[in-house]
Write a protein that binds this ligand. Structure first.
Ligand SMILES: *Cc1c(COP(=O)(O)O)cnc(C)c1O
Length: 394
């Protein structure tokens, strides 16, 4: 049996999205910037896709900017805001659990541009408090960037409260919503979001395409210079097939959102209950409330996460240890450490991310293999007998 439980890393392309894309690779291959009929045909598809995506997040079509994905959108939002500002002192407020696309952009801006950055910590449940975000803001704060939901723990952040506060203070508010698009209802006006990053391949769309939503009136510097595509916001020939596939995938995700969420959360909750009840020395990372429906993240005492991952993989089960981007390195996940989890337990964390194709049979099989794997690995672990008990972290 093959079981894919790594939907936070990427998702399978939806069949209808693929079908919608195909003609734009072949007979409808025109450049949307061309004036002839080939170009106009492609432009029509791009315009329709732009309007569709806009309506699904409560935005206007001319507030949607196509990018190569979540990483580019995150880079653009922060660098664009900093480089557009003439202020002498520039300050960014973000969190300690952001995706590397935000954290490394912040580090770059600190190093190269003398920008000050505050990294707001999170609680044991993996959430920032709106009060802590407010407390971090200074007179120099240019932009607040808080992710909608975390890719490792699934913790959904208090976006509405933070958006409200930023609006009152007149500070730009950006959110990396890459993990949230599939399952969360998002209206950029209701939530006072000024900029939002999304990535198609996290909601069953194609890889290599994303959006930065930019509220009209917000001025940021462009990152990619060249042609006049995207209303001069982002140069590069418009990728019609990927854009069409992304719009179709988002439409399908939104249509089936409630039903998928209920079904996926029920499978996930049942799995968490069984793991916590039947496998000793296991800890759920993050809280059970305000959590993406498909996310379960555990630490398994006395074993390395990588050993679990490899054993599950040998049995056809795909999961992730730490964050996919840093696996291969032996650094424990910065997100799990930020919850206050001790280092050895952070090393043993495994993320199961269920998706809309996940079945009850797959979860039964996964539970059975996981239980056997943990027992087997502990039986050969020198740490296990010598250090019974769980120490301070429960
Ligand atoms: C996947 C991911 C990204 C990066 O998106 P890409 O399209 O792969 O560049 C950014 N932020 C979060 C939260 C993600 O999960």
């Amino acid at each position: 049996m093959r079981v894919y439980l790594d939907n936070s890393a990427t998702t399978a392309l939806d069949n209808d999205a693929l079908k919608a894309m195909l003609p734009y690779f072949t007979e409808k291959f025109g450049n949307p910037s061309s004036l002839h009929s080939y170009g106009r045909e492609a432009l029509r598809a791009v315009d329709e896709s732009r309007a569709k995506i806009a309506s699904l997040i409560g935005a206007k079509p001319n507030e949607i900017y196509f990018t190569s994905g979540g990483s580019e959108s995150d880079n653009w939002a922060l660098k664009g805001a900093v480089y557009a500002s003439k202020a002498l002192n520039k300050h960014i407020v973000t969190t300690s659990i952001e995706h590397p696309a935000i954290l490394e952009t912040c580090e770059y801006l600190e190093r190269k541009d003398g920008v000050k950055v505050s990294y707001v910590p999170v609680g044991k449940d993996g959430r920032v408090s709106p009060e802590a975000v407010k407390a971090a803001v200074t007179d120099d704060t240019l932009i607040v960037s808080v992710m909608f939901a975390n890719n490792e723990t699934g913790a959904i952040q208090p976006i509405k409260e933070i958006g409200e506060f930023c609006r009152e203070e007149g500070i730009l508010f950006h959110t990396d919503a890459v993990q949230a698009m599939d399952s969360q209802a998002i209206d950029v006006n209701e939530l006072n979001i000024d900029m939002l990053s999304m990535s198609a391949h996290k909601f069953h769309g194609p890889k290599g395409i994303g959006v930065l939503y930019i509220r009209s009136g917000v001025r940021i510097e462009r990152l990619i210079a060249g042609g006049h595509q995207e209303r001069r916001g982002r140069a590069g020939t418009t990728d019609t097939p990927l854009i069409v596939g992304m719009a179709k995938a988002l439409e399908i995700a939104v249509q089936n959102r409630e039903e998928n969420n209920r079904r996926i959360a029920a499978l996930r909750d049942n799995f968490i209950d069984r793991v916590l009840k039947e496998i000793p020395y296991v800890y759920l990372n993050g809280g059970r409330e305000h959590r993406l429906p498909g996310n379960a993240n555990f630490s398994f005492g006395f074993i390395e996460g990588e050993s679990i991952l490899i054993n599950l993989d040998l049995n056809g089960i795909a999961v992730s240890s730490g964050s996919a981007c840093s696996s291969g390195s032996l650094e424990p996940s910065h997100v799990i450490l930020a919850l206050g989890v001790p280092e050895e337990l952070a090393h043993s964390s495994i993320r199961f991310s269920l998706g809309r194709d996940t079945t009850a049979e797959e979860m039964d099989y996964t539970f059975k293999v996981l239980k056997e794997t943990v027992e087997k690995l502990r039986s050969i672990s020198p740490l296990f007998d010598s250090d019974k008990g769980t120490g301070s972290y429960v």
